[in-house]
Structures are given as C-alpha cells and as structure tokens.
Design a binder for this molecule. Sequence first.
Ligand code: F6P
Length: 537
Amino acid sequence: MMTIWNKLSAQAEAVRNRPLLELFEIEARAGSFSAEAGGLLFDYSKTNIDAETRDLLIALAEERGVAARREAMFTGAKINETEGRAVLHTALRNLDGSVLVDGADVMPAVRETHARMVAFAHDLRAGRFTGQGGAITDVVNIGIGGSDLGPAMAVLALAPYHDGPRCHFVSNVDGAHIHDILAGLNPATTLVIVASKTFTTIETMTNAETARRWMATKVSDPAAQFAALSTAGDKTAAFGIDPSRVFGFEDWVGGRYSMWGPIGLSLMLAVGPETFDRMLAGAAAMDRHFRTAPFAQNLPVLLALVGIWHNQFCGYATRAVLPYEQRLARLPAYLQQLEMESNGKRVSMDGADLSYHSGPVVWGEPGTNGQHAFYQLIHQGTRVIPCEFMVGAEGHEPDLAHQHLLLVANCLAQSEALMRGRSLDEAREIMRAKGLEGAELERQARHRVFPGSRPSTTLLYPKLTPETFGAIVALYEHRVFVEGVILGINSFDQWGVELGKELALALAPVLDGSSDGAGKDGSTLRLAARFRAAQGG
Ligand code: F6P
C-alpha cells in the first residue's frame, strides 16, 4: 500500500504542469483555500494545492503526530530531546497560566520577572532611573542572533507606538558596528543592555567590554548603566551588573524564540509595558488558535503544509517572504534564523539520516523595493520560488492613504502576475501593436513571456498593531514547529553553529602569529599569512 508521503509525491508529479488559473474555473476556490484567525486572512488559493492534495497533507500532519507533539510542547514536556529541555516560549506570553516542568510550576518566576521588567521600564521612562547625566535618552542592546533579531525587528515594527528612549542594536563583532552606533551617543544618558542567553557569546561579550570602556570615558560607575538579559546569573554578576538590573529566564526559552520575555526589554522601554503586553496578547491569541483549531482551519498548520508541499514535494528549495510593510523590513532576517536554525538539520530525532530535504532557504525584502531588484528572477527565471506576501489593509498614516492603496495594489498585482503569466501569443500581440513584425517580432515577444502558474500565498491583516504583530510572529513560530514535526527533526537545537565557533577561536592565535597553525589546510594558512602581512606582521 502506498504511504501518504508517496501519494503526495505522486500527486506533485501529476499536477506539476497544471495551470493555476484553471483551478479557479473548477471551484469556488478563493473561499475554500483560505482561513482566518484573529483578523488575519491566509489565502493559499494561488498554489496548486487542490482538495485531494490538502486532504493528503492534513493526513500527513496527523500521521506524523503534530497534535500530540503540539500538546507536549504547550505542557512543558522535554521535546528538545538533544538538549533535554522543554520548549516553553509560549509561557512567556500566557502569563495567567500554569505550566509544570519537572513537577514545578514555572509561571510564578515568569510573572515575577515580567513584573520587574515593567517596574524598571516605568522607572526609566519616567526619569526615575537615570544615567549620570540625567534621564536615559538612548538604549543600546548588545546581542546577536535571537538576542538581537527579535527585539530589533519588533522595535521597527511598532515604531508608531514608540514614545520611550531611542533604541540601537549592536550585534556584529565587526568593530565598525559598535563604533558607528556609539559615535552619536552620550555615555552619560545611555543604558547598555547586554542580551545573551548564555553570556558567553564571543561577539556579545567583546562588544559589551568595548561598551563598558566607552561608558567609562564619561561615567564614573559604568556598570550602573548596564542591564543584563540572560539565563546565566553567575556570569552577569562576574561582569559586574547589579542583580536588580539582571532579568533572567530559563533554558526552556530558545534564543530564537526569546523576544517575548527579558530579551524584549529594549522594546518594552521603547513602547512601554502596556503596548508590549498587547503584543504578548496577540501572540497568546495565536497560541490558543494553534492549540484548538482543526487542522483545515488552523493557520500555522496550513502555512506549514503549504511549505512542506512546496519544498519537500514540489522540490522548490527556497521561499521568499515579502512583507508589503516597510516596518517589517527585519522580518525576513528574523525568519531566516527562526526557520533555518530550527529546521536546517540533516538527521531525524533518532539520529538517522533524513531521506528527504529539511527546511528551505528563506529570504526576502519588503515590497515594493524587491520588485525593482529580484522579482525579475521570480517572474521569469528558470527556478520556481514560492512567494509569501503579507500586507495590512490599513496603514498608520491616514494622510498617506493614497500611498497605502498603491502599496496594496502592488502586492495583489504581483501575486496575480505570478499566477496569470503572459503567453507567447499575448506577447506577440503587444509587439505587433508596437509595429514589429517577422523575426524581430518573434524574438522580442519571446523575451516578454511570463510562464505564470508560479505559486504564492497572501497574509492580509487589518493593521500592524501590537496584537497583529505578535500574532504574525507566533504564527511563523508555530509554522516552523509543525514543519519540524512533520520532518521528524529537532527544531530546537542548533549544533550546526558550533564547528565554526570552535575553529574561529582556534584561528585567532594563527592570525596574531602566536601559533603556526600546524594541521591547518593550505588555503586557510595562505589567507592567514596574507592577513598578517597586511598587518605588517
Ligand atoms: O550561535 C547561535 C546562537 O546560539 C543562537 O541560537 C542564539 O540566538 C545566538 O547564538 C546568541 O546566543 P546568546 O543569546 O547565548 O548570546
């Protein structure tokens, strides 16, 4: 008997060349291939998923145990099996709940830390917590990966709600990054937040030392203007940060899932605790939807099934995330970590080699900018790239509503163009109308053909409010989770980042000349020698 996986493979082969527009002729497609939750409308009708395919995909999710695994996650089971940890970022946004890990309720500590963050944010925003030079005007968050991408994305996304200090983000160990950020700031009115789950990450700790030296040029007690966000209380103390400004969390919060708790402190300072909590509420609402809605109406499940269909069955290796929302400019970078660090694995949970591809390459840019850059390839290149459009029905600038209308028109036009395409006959007509004929008409027409039937989905939301933003991020978190469960991998470890870190540590002495690099390959040694020569060494 054929497995569900094999049936889906056969289905993908059978529908490979079916024109998408034909699907709309057969059935009332737009309504039945979309789903809604919390005001978010997810339209996946412009894909070649038909009713039979959807049934098979849902059967696959059921067969792979998505429901049981989902419940295990929400209830604190140690589903991160390679690190022996629970996965409970959802607990950070469901503050009324109670969740047991190793028999103990984790929520009292979560609530206490949240309350301390709120008190600190009120104090700082009201000018009760000050720097040596007076009220804090600027906050510098030093962190990388999950300790940077989430808050950096969120501060930009919620800019219309920003009424606190200016926020800056330093992540790269490249000294240019911290240099350029600090150059415009006054140490006496700046708060530095060292955001690091482990408090060992070399980039963050190096930048934190640099910031402390910078602070000391003007401030007699620099540590008094530092805060720390970490699971490692011993290390924050060793750095000299007073425990009253250390906001801790537990190892069951993965770095890339951590913006909902202490790692979100910069956002809370920027927009205030009330707005921050609205974001949590939006995410919590998406959690409830994910946990309770039937698969056929469940947004994270559907998003995951579309992803699995395109990547594992249709063989499309990448997906583009295209927010028509300038304030979501950092969402693609955030999703690159969320999706690729989570699902870029090569063995299943039990250590066996995967017999299929793991997660896709995720990339993107906001529209309409991308249209004038890489959309050419999406429309006419030889590879198919599923596109995930998203756009708000309303902008935050009522006096610029005419621009918003143009933005939405562009977003919808792109998905329509990808699906509709332009045939050779239509292209010939256009060339004929321009007065061309014969071989030149034919040649020019061929350049103007769009193959069409290129899949896309659209997420339409009312307006980028804190609730909506929280819901969108939670939607993607759960999508990644469902894809990981279907693929049978552990979405919550990241061993693939370790080797490069170890080798970088070992290479530093080769670069400064204190090691001859015995055992290193010729390419690496030659590049290192050229570096040393450039340093005059
Ligand atoms: O190197 C990868 C990583 O561990 C990410 O998973 C994490 O978000 C990032 O580094 C930063 O880690 P930390 O918060 O411990 O500094």
